[in-house]
Design a protein around this ligand. Structure first.
Ligand code: CAA
Length: 258
């Protein structure tokens, strides 16, 4: 395990784990934490020993949002010059799957972090919300955009305007969360899912993520052109030959990510 200033990281069985580690402030995301998360993910994206990543806050709380103490004295110009939220765009460029394992509060910037991941496994008693409105601000790292795409305009507006917390069950019913489990099983469930994906053909996993992301932001026609190119491209891989040969020979394929 590696302990950085704001996160702990380790790898096990092809899965890289980032644990947010500022327990005294409910894992509030300060600038250092965002940088450390991104640097770790980008390094693992280039590391053949990591196939899937998990972000967790541990068993008590995912995180209570961006660090309010750090932001309290900011002004518009300093924020524009620092442009810190642009860093979050880098998260969307990570090619490997990222799973958020959420216990407890997942609020504000932390909800935006979870929504930037690909899948969310949540505790039955987890709580999701955007309380920024209570601070006289609004989400600034994708919250209004990603929540609206997932649950539609009217529902998103209600949660963003009231600042209320939604239950994990509601989040699951509205396409925000993939799975809900008992609080003590969240990490285990996320790890099971991660290891299942980690065993799949790595290039297929990567091309599927790219194609699904395209479908969110582009027309059906454009996204289908992109999907088709990725499908054709996979026929340049050794894994396609191996996967299809193994099927014909009635054996398990040995994928190499090449
Ligand atoms: N930033 C900085 N510190 C925070 C924090 C945050 N987002 N959330 C909690 N803390 C700190 C508290 O100040 C407290 O510190 P002290 O012990 O030094 O007083 C400690 O964490 C424990 O918090 P509480 O005593 O408040 O714990 P609680 O269980 O009574 O309440 C809570 C939990 C309801 C989550 C409450 O802490 C809370 O409302 N936190 C703020 C939530 C919030 O507004 N998040 C949005 C932030 S803005 C944002 O995220 C912008 C964006 O889009 C990027």
């Amino acid at each position: 395990m590696v302990s950085k200033e704001t996160i702990k990281t380790w790898t096990e069985a092809g899965v890289g784990v980032i644990q947010l580690d500022r327990p005294k402030v409910l894992n509030a995301l300060n600038r250092k934490m965002v940088t450390e998360i991104l640097e770790t993910m980008e390094a693992w994206d280039r590391d053949d020993d990591v196939a899937v990543m998990i972000v967790t806050g541990g068993p008590r709380v995912f995180a209570a949002g961006a660090d309010i103490d750090e932001m309290a004295e900011d002004d518009a110009i300093s924020l524009e010059l620092l442009n810190q939220f642009a860093e979050w765009d880098r998260l969307a460029w990570v090619k490997k799957p990222i799973i958020a394992a959420v216990n407890g509060y997942c609020l504000g910037g932390a909800f935006e972090l979870a929504l930037s991941c690909d899948l969310i496994v949540a505790a039955e008693n987890a709580q999701f919300g955007f309380p920024e409105i209570n601070l006289g601000v609004m989400p600034g790292a994708g919250g209004t955009v990603r929540l609206t795409k997932l649950m539609g305009r009217a529902k998103a507006l209600e949660w963003l305007w009231t600042g209320d917390y939604m239950t994990a069950e509601f989040a699951k019913a509205n396409g925000v969360v993939n799975r809900t489990v008992a609080p003590e099983l969240v990490f285990e469930e996320a790890m099971k899912l991660a290891q299942k994906i980690a065993k799949q053909a790595p290039l297929s996993v990567r091309m599927i993520k790219e194609a699904v992301n395209k479908s969110v932001d582009h027309s059906v026609y454009e996204a289908m052109q992109f999907e088709r190119k990725n499908f054709y491209m996979l026929f340049a891989s050794e894994d396609q030959k191996e996967g299809m040969r193994a099927f014909v020979e009635k054996r398990k394929p040995q994928f190499k990510g090449k």
